[in-house]
Design a protein around this ligand. Structure first.
Ligand code: MG
Length: 349
């Protein structure tokens, strides 16, 4: 078992262990004296894992109930949160009870937001079952939902009490879900760890997945501990994301996953910064080779000026500019703010 402690306002542990899902109750009991636990899951994950989670919680003295919503990003809406609140109320959930988020990023973000807001905040735990949620969204306390006008526009910072990562759950995932997580893993290598990047080059990610999860979560922990509320350096986690979000938007959020879009965004951006002499020569070629190795898209269906135009209204914009994360070389990055009216000039000339 690997353990990572995250020292946020209220510290918590992230445990990585094969089969840990079956011991959910034991770990939740270590951090909670709740009477009741609500398992929140979607229609894909609930049939596979909720019986084991429920049994383990009950063995450890929790009264359980299960809230299941239909799987899919389009359910990540306030209307689903409202149904969750109704469920909590009907099952007499009080401030001392606990929510168990069982599933991928959509489940964790929504269950976390419901926990952050119901009765002005109750405890929750994360059991992420996709690579993306294990290496990224379950760690760091960002919760929320989409609005019709954009993704993740409503939310709260709310840290879980514990995160249980079971790498065995990845074996039940279709391939493109694996890529989705790999996009963020490649990002971690680019911004903070040349060693991780080089392992992804030399070895097969599937063979070293435990190490990859561990290394990625450690990098995210280091960044989040320094900037829990995302007012400064946490922005480096957005490497590849400004163009990535633009690509997702241009694709109408279908046909390309978040991680694939981020990885492609990182490649397009790094080609430009390399040309400008900001990034060490040869870096974008290595990113390209890695994307090819892991069967991720390597060319956009849109022109650079279309992509740059689609960055308008990005959630990460602040004041009159957009923060871009540039690589100096693999493993080293910095934040560079570009005024909105200079974007085309910077990228397209
Ligand atoms: Mg991301």
């Amino acid at each position: 078992m690997k353990t990572i402690e995250l020292k946020t306002g209220r510290p918590y542990n992230i445990f990585i262990e094969h089969g840990i899902i079956k011991d959910t109750g034991k770990y939740v009991r270590q951090v909670s004296s709740a009477l009741r636990a609500v398992i929140v899951s979607d229609s894909n994950v609930a049939p596979i894992y909720s019986p084991a989670v429920k049994a383990s919680l009950e063995e450890n003295g929790f009264e359980t109930s299960l809230f299941v919503f239909e799987a899919g990003e389009e359910r990540k809406r306030l209307s689903t949160i409202e149904k969750m609140y109704d469920h909590f109320f009907e099952h007499n959930i009080t401030r001392t009870d606990i929510i168990v988020a069982l599933g991928g990023g959509v489940t964790g973000d929504m269950a976390g937001f419901a926990a952050a807001s119901y009765l002005r905040g109750i405890d929750f735990v994360q059991i992420p079952t996709t690579l993306l949620s294990q290496v990224d969204s379950s760690v760091g306390g960002k919760t929320g939902v989409d609005l019709p006008s954009g993704k993740n526009l409503v939310g709260a910072f709310w840290q879980p009490r514990v995160v249980l990562i079971d790498p065995d759950t990845l074996s039940t995932l279709p391939g493109h879900f694996f890529n989705d997580g790999m996009g963020e893993v490649i990002k971690y290598g680019c911004i903070k760890s040349r060693a991780l990047f080089e392992r992804l080059e030399k070895e097969n990610a599937g063979d070293i997945i435990d190490d990859i999860i561990y290394e990625s979560v450690c990098i995210k922990r280091d960044v989040v501990e320094h900037d829990e509320r995302d007012t400064g350096d946490r922005a480096i986690l957005n490497f590849g994301h400004t163009f990535g979000h633009a690509l997702e938007k241009l694709h109408n959020y279908s046909g390309i996953t978040h991680g694939e879009a981020v990885a492609l965004g990182a490649l397009i951006l790094t080609r430009i910064t390399e040309e400008k002499g900001i990034t060490e020569a040869g870096t974008s070629r290595r990113i390209l080779a890695l994307l090819e190795k892991y069967n991720m898209p390597t060319a956009a269906d849109f022109s650079l000026s279309e992509i740059v135009a689609a960055t308008r209204g990005d959630k990460k914009s602040s004041g009159k500019g957009l923060n871009f994360i540039f690589l100096r070389e693999l493993g080293t990055c910095f934040i560079n703010k570009i005024p909105t009216d200079k974007l085309s000039e910077f990228f397209c000339v």
